[in-house]
Design a binder for this molecule. Structure first.
Ligand SMILES: CC(C)(COP(=O)(O)OP(=O)(O)OC[C@H]1O[C@@H](n2cnc3c(N)ncnc32)[C@H](O)[C@@H]1OP(=O)(O)O)[C@@H](O)C(=O)NCCC(=O)NCCS
Length: 173
């Protein structure tokens, strides 16, 4: 399988925060930011593998500063580490005030995505080509974090589908 550079799948997405994104105190609801993080990471995983990918785990997310209505939330995601079928994606989130032009780092997270084949079984992801010292550092750090995640991993018997999706029309890769 062809190896891929980190820059091939790097992604930046942005969304302006509307009043319907806020919690009762008027700040932006944490779940909105978590959804943006998951979206950005999913795009990087899909770009890297060209397969359907699912979120297997999310490491702790620290919300460093509140986000307000009117902020532009920018999420930058890139593949840090690839194991076999799984990848660690790092996401950094900033909030920009479009009126003042200021930006704040508001959250960061590491997510693990798994590439799936057409039968929804884990399938190989391309190895990473590491081009910079920073990419090499992130790869080594991602490898250490993976070891710790694997040790903590819980296994359950799979949930069965409750509707028949045999005729589903989704993305085909
Ligand atoms: C993630 C999932 C595909 C793993 O499937 P599985 O049959 O248990 O597969 P495996 O045990 O072969 O694991 C596949 C890879 O996932 C990794 N993995 C599985 N669970 C993990 C976890 N909790 N954290 C990090 N990595 C995990 C394994 O280490 C393995 O990586 P590798 O191939 O790079 O070594 C399966 O648990 C699943 O479908 N979960 C639901 C995902 C989902 O629906 N997410 C959306 C939110 S509900």
């Amino acid at each position: 399988m062809e190896k891929k550079s980190v820059s091939t799948s790097k992604v930046q997405i942005a969304q302006i925060m509307m009043p319907n994104n806020s919690n009762p105190s008027g700040n932006i609801f944490g779940g909105v930011i978590m959804s943006i993080i998951d979206n950005a990471a999913a795009i990087a995983a899909l770009r890297h593998t060209h397969h359907n990918c699912v979120t297997a785990s999310v490491d702790r997310i620290d919300f460093l500063s509140p986000v307000y209505v009117g902020n532009l939330v920018i999420a930058k995601a890139s593949v840090n580490y690839v194991s076999h079928t799984s990848m660690e994606i790092g996401v950094k989130v900033e909030a920009e005030c479009l009126l003042k032009g200021t930006k704040s780092h508001i959250a960061s997270a590491y997510l693990t995505f798994v590439a799936l084949d057409e039968n929804d079984k884990p399938t190989s992801a391309p190895e990473l080509i590491l081009e910079s010292e920073e990419e090499k550092r992130r790869f080594e750090e991602g490898k250490i974090r993976r070891e710790s995640r694997i040790k903590k991993r819980k296994r359950v018997s799979p949930n069965a589908p409750c509707i028949d999706r045999s005729n589903r029309r989704g993305l085909s890769f």
